[in-house]
Design a protein around this ligand. Structure first.
Ligand SMILES: NC(=O)C1=CN([C@@H]2O[C@H](COP(=O)(O)OP(=O)(O)OC[C@H]3O[C@@H](n4cnc5c(N)ncnc54)[C@H](OP(=O)(O)O)[C@@H]3O)[C@@H](O)[C@H]2O)[C@@H](O)CC1
Ligand SMILES: Nc1ncnc2c1ncn2[C@@H]1O[C@H](COP(=O)(O)OP(=O)(O)O)[C@@H](O)[C@H]1O
Ligand SMILES: [Mg+2]
Length: 293
């Protein structure tokens, strides 16, 4: 039986007045592919809007210029590609350099599901000594290649599946997942010793012993890319916050507020994922303990 957490139970530190960009975390987001450059672009921008001091998007070389062209405030690193522009084998040295000094990393949006992508996910999981957010194709690959077993430091991992991805991870049907969201998320988190963010209306966040059910957000967020934004936002918060569960809860809560503010201004029908980026600033201001931040 898990303890239920309310948002008011959590305490979130204000940003130190003398903080510099190193104080607020160096975040890497890894993913993207030809045709899915948007996913990782949204994640990287969301990491910036989540307050990270420095953000680097590591993407296949074939889409680097597209990703870099969207937003000048983050950096980009090229991952090797084959002649077709698809992800090639990524040397351990590249992963080591990418993870060096990072306070959080997110991997998966738009990454694709090749064996070489699985090798990259595994290398990141093995090498990272910072919090890791696993989403989208990183989760699909984790399901296919059983990547969530046997690697230490899993308590610093946050997985952010939607019900389809969670069904792949658990081997259950989507309808069974949808009918048993809390209990299945709690069981998976406890078994794998990590934090699960099971997305959808009333997102469940749990480490297996403590569980939060989110009340913010709306079905206007059921639009491609909304989850990619949560991925980058969660990495940014984890890069500034010690506890995986509490950081994930804050990210989910604020993401939903941004969605509610976007819906209020633009309508649920009319809003799109990139609108969430613009409303994240107002969402942070909305947190009562950060009146002037
Ligand atoms: N701009 C870009 O570049 C974008 C790129 N993207 C990238 O695309 C890649 C594929 O990711 P994806 O999520 O689109 O496909 P996939 O994993 O097959 O999931 C679909 C399955 O899950 C189910 N399902 C989902 N939610 C559910 C719910 N709440 N409740 C219940 N069921 C739910 C859904 O159900 P159905 O629709 O069949 O009812 C279906 O069965 C990935 O790399 C991602 O990062 C996207 O991020 C978009 C923007
Ligand atoms: N009806 C809803 N109510 C609240 N939030 C929702 C609703 N539908 C989707 N969302 C949120 O939108 C995001 C969708 O994530 P995901 O399915 O991974 O999208 P994508 O992969 O296209 O970015 C999740 O954070 C989810 O909780
Ligand atoms: Mg997604």
């Amino acid at each position: 039986m898990s303890t239920k957490i309310q948002i008011d139970d959590l305490e979130f530190a204000n940003r130190p007045v003398d903080g510099h960009k190193g104080t607020f975390g160096k975040v890497a987001v890894i993913g993207g592919s030809l045709g899915m450059s948007g996913s990782i672009t949204l994640s990287a921008t969301a990491a910036l809007r989540g307050g990270a001091g420095l953000v680097t998007a590591a993407v296949p070389q074939s889409i680097q210029a597209i990703v870099a062209g969207y937003e000048p405030s983050y950096m980009t690193v090229a991952l090797p590609t084959d002649v077709h522009g698809q992800l090639a084998a990524v040397d351990a040295d590249i992963v080591t350099e990418l993870l060096d000094g990072k306070s959080a990393v997110a991997i998966g949006p738009g990454l694709g599901q090749t064996k070489l992508a699985a090798d990259l996910v595994l290398a990141v999981l093995k090498q990272a000594d910072c919090p890791v957010v696993l989403d989208a194709d990183a989760l699909n690959l984790a399901a296919e290649f059983e990547l969530l077993h046997g690697i230490p430091r899993r308590s610093r991992w946050v997985i952010t599946p939607h019900p389809g991805e969670f069904a792949r991870l658990t081997g259950e049907s989507i309808s069974h997942v949808s009918a048993n969201r809390e209990s299945l998320a709690e069981r998976f988190a406890a078994e794998h010793e990590l934090t699960v963010v099971l997305k959808g209306a009333n997102t469940v966040v749990t480490d297996g012993s403590r569980t939060y059910v989110n009340q913010t957000g709306n079905s206007g967020m059921a639009t491609g890319g909304s989850g990619d934004i949560l991925t980058g936002l969660t990495a940014a918060v984890l890069g500034q916050h010690a506890d995986a569960l509490e950081g994930a809860i804050l990210a989910v809560y604020v993401h939903g507020i941004a969605g509610d503010l976007a819906a209020e201004a633009l309508s649920q029908r009319g809003m799109i994922a990139s609108d969430l980026l613009r409303f994240l600033s107002a969402a942070w201001r909305n947190l009562s303990h950060e009146p002037s931040d």
